[in-house]
Structures are given as structure tokens and as C-alpha cells.
Ligand binder design. Structure first.
Ligand SMILES: NC(=O)NCCC[C@H](N)C(=O)O
Length: 410
């Protein structure tokens, strides 16, 4: 087994997970209000105290299974301090808030730079600012004057606990993503500062295959490292086919990937990312939501050797495509909800197909998806069941809530 020598080392979806990045849900969840849930990509309002308990239990389950857990908010603060870039961070964060009034921008800047503890300052940038928190003479912009019901000066970032999406790890690097929505695009600033300035993860120690400045969108929930040879990427509500083509060219130059499969899953909130309908749980086993199977198109992108890529639509059954690409005799697709239309729709909505594999055949799932969990166990998988009653209200499961930093090779 090769030794892990780089801060990011991810060559599969299932290799024993050594280190993972989470974000503990914070006060940003207390800034969700019913009238603006859609803008912030939520369907309901979680109870923060219980969401934190559930999240702590998720982190503890990972630790009990030998995984080192790091937190995004802590790495971001460490990076800002190590780089001596607090003011730069605040300026860049302000530039993406949408605030127009110079007086308000100054008040926000003074407020944040007045916080001595960088970690607390980072948490505050995640939480957002209510209109009741800061009032300044001449601080209203045109939008404040007509959007009088809008309660925030700066929106919260409630989706941060889905660390899977703003960047994605593969080989010894990351794609620092350009997200579909304004609300989630702001999250990628933390990754930028970590990968620019953190003593362990910054200053060129981590390869960069995609950048937040790119003009086409891609999100980590669509990026699945099926093996050291094969990456799967969803063409989805969140990821544009053009991003996959750009990424493919770079990855073929800088890594040993041999195939990039582009899965067309369509633009639909309930199937927002490939990992909400398809995850890998063992060398030869996958979860899948049956609703995407009919008419699923998959393109196989391969390197040409001269820097260009070949793109070919696959014609075989998904099982055969995956078995061939992964060097398996066959693979098993385990259907969310056991294929029952009611159970599969309900359990997919509650992230029954969104599993986090921490070793081949060892999988973290939400306890609530009882039908899917039963068939996963019948297929011989060992399940680590965590509670997700509050966490699921943001529409994400164990894979969405985790970003692997290091996995052992398999
Ligand atoms: N990979 C994932 O599917 N992540 C879940 C993201 C949920 C979040 N509310 C969103 O809509 O982006």
C-alpha cells in the first residue's frame, strides 16, 4: 500500500477514509426564514441545537472508525492568520455580498476587522448580518429601499455544512468550484483562502484543476472518483457539460485518469447532483435512484494523447459500462427504496442514495431510510447509521456533508 505523502490524496470513493473536512452547522441556520428559503436552497428550517447534536454524532461516528475530522471554519481561520490576509479576506468577502452602499461596506468592514478572534470572525461571515444588527447614516442602497421586507444586509450561508460541493478532491488536488447559485458561490471563498494560504494546504501544496473564476459551473456533488482511472461527473442542474470538458483536458494532463464518464441526470432540484442519485459503496456495488435509470445517457471521455479528448456516447447497460471501467466481472446497482415507487421517491428525497463510504463495503447512511438500508444490508454492506432528522432539511446526506482529504489507496 502506497504511503500518503500529500495533504490531499483521493483516488477512489471507497478507499479507507483517513481524513475528512466537515463544517459544524452554525448560526447561519438561524438566519433561515420561510419567505426566502428558495433563494438559500433550503426546504425547511432546521432546529440548530439538534442539527448540531446530529452533526457532532456524525463526526464522532467517523472518529470511532479511525477518521480524522477537520473543520472548514477552523482551517479557514488558520489560513487567514497564517497568510496575514485578514483584511484581504474581508474585502473579498464584502465584494461578494452584493452590498452597494459605501457607508454600509465600511461599517461591515470595521465590524469584522474589529473582531480579534479570526475564528469568530469567520463564523460571523458565515452567519450573515440582519438589518437590525447594523444601521448607518446613508447606509441604504436602492435595493433596500424597494425590498423593504428583505431582512438581511448580508445573506447567511446555510449550505456550508455540505462541504462536498464548493470544492472537490481528487488525486493530490482540488477543483475549486464555480457554483450555480450566488448563495453557494460565496462559500468557495473559504476554499480559496485555505488553498492559497493554509500552512498545510496552501501555497501550491495542493494541485488546482478548476478555479472559482471559471465562467461555467461545476459542483462537488457531481464529481465522483470511481477509481484511480475513472472519474464520473454529473451533467445536472449544478454542473455544465462545458465544465466537464475543460476539467477532462486538465485531468488527463495532470493525473492518471483514463476515463471521465459524464452522466446526464437532467436539471431537477430533487436530483440536484449526481451523488443525490448515485454513490459507490463497494468495489462492485452502487446505490442508485431508479428514477434516473430510464434513458440515462452516459458519455465516455478519453484522452487523445495530443492534449485533446475523445467523446463517445456509451451504448451498453450502466452495469456493464461500470464493470468494464472498474475491471469487475459485474457490478450490482442497489435501488433506493428497493425499487418501490413510493419508498424510492421518499427515501431519495431524504438522501437514501447519498451515502458516504469509509472503506470498501462500510457505509455511513441516515437511519431514517429504512427500506434502502435494509437492502444495503442484504447486499452485505456494513452500515453506520446516523440520525439526520434536522440535517436532512437542507437536502443532503452523509456524502454531501463530508469532503475527503485523504483516503488510502485500494
Ligand atoms: N452534494 C449534494 O447533493 N449536496 C447537497 C446540497 C444541498 C443544498 N441545499 C443545495 O441545494 O445546494
Amino acid at each position: 500500500m502506497s504511503e500518503i505523502t500529500r495533504p490531499i490524496h483521493v483516488k477512489s470513493e471507497i478507499g479507507p477514509l483517513k481524513k475528512v473536512l466537515l463544517h459544524r452547522p452554525g448560526k447561519e441556520l438561524e438566519n433561515l426564514v420561510p419567505d426566502f428559503l428558495e433563494r438559500l436552497l433550503f426546504d425547511d428550517i432546521p432546529y440548530l441545537e439538534d442539527a448540531q447534536k446530529e452533526h457532532d454524532a456524525f463526526a464522532e461516528a467517523l472518529r470511532e472508525n479511525g477518521v480524522e475530522v477537520l473543520y472548514l471554519e477552523k482551517l479557514a481561520a488558520e489560513a487567514i492568520d497564517a497568510g496575514g490576509v485578514k483584511e484581504q479576506f474581508v474585502d473579498e468577502w464584502l465584494a461578494e455580498t452584493g452590498v452597494q452602499s459605501q457607508a454600509m461596506l465600511k461599517a461591515l468592514k470595521d465590524y469584522l476587522l474589529g473582531m480579534d478572534d479570526t475564528y469568530e470572525m469567520v463564523l460571523k461571515t458565515m452567519e450573515g448580518f440582519r438589518k437590525t444588527e447594523i444601521e448607518v447614516e446613508g447606509g441604504k442602497s436602492l435595493s433596500d429601499l424597494y425590498e423593504t421586507d428583505y431582512p438581511f444586509i448580508v445573506d447567511p450561508m446555510p449550505n456550508l455544512y455540505f462541504t462536498r460541493d464548493p470544492f472537490a478532491t481528487m488525486y493530490n488536488g482540488v477543483t475549486l468550484n464555480h457554483m450555480m447559485s450566488d448563495t453557494r458561490n460565496r462559500e468557495t471563498l473559504y476554499g480559496k483562502f485555505i488553498f492559497d494560504h493554509h500552512p498545510e494546504y496552501g501555497n501550491g501544496k495542493v494541485d488546482r484543476f478548476y478555479d472559482r473564476e471559471e465562467l461555467t459551473r461545476i459542483e462537488g456533488g457531481d464529481e465522483l472518483v470511481l477509481s484511480k482511472d475513472v472519474l464520473a461527473v454529473g451533467i445536472s442542474q449544478r454542473t455544465d457539460a462545458r465544465s466537464i470538458e475543460k476539467l477532462a483536458g486538465r485531468l488527463f494532463k495532470e493525473t492518471d485518469f483514463k476515463h471521465i464518464f459524464a452522466f446526464l441526470i437532467g436539471e431537477n432540484r430533487k436530483f440536484m447532483h449526481l451523488d443525490t442519485v448515485f454513490t459507490m459503496v463497494d468495489y462492485d456495488k452502487f446505490t442508485i435512484h431508479p428514477e434516473i435509470e430510464g434513458g440515462l445517457k452516459v458519455w465516455d471521455i478519453t484522452p487523445n494523447g495530443d492534449g485533446s479528448v475523445n467523446i463517445k456516447e456509451t451504448e451498453d447497460e450502466l452495469e456493464n459500462i461500470l464493470a468494464d471501467a472498474l475491471g469487475q466481472d459485474s457490478v450490482q446497482l442497489i435501488r433506493c427504496g428497493d425499487g418501490d415507487p413510493v419508498a424510492s421517491a421518499r427515501e431519495q428525497w431524504n438522501d437514501g442514495s447519498n451515502t458516504l463510504t469509509i472503506a470498501p463495503g462500510v457505509v455511513v447512511v441516515y437511519d431514517r431510510n429504512t427500506v434502502t438500508n435494509r437492502i444495503l444490508e442484504e447486499a452485505g454492506l456494513k452500515l453506520i447509521k446516523v440520525r439526520g432528522s434536522e440535517l436532512v432539511r437542507g437536502r443532503g446526506g452523509p456524502r454531501c456533508m463530508s469532503m475527503p482529504l485523504q483516503r488510502e489507496d485500494i
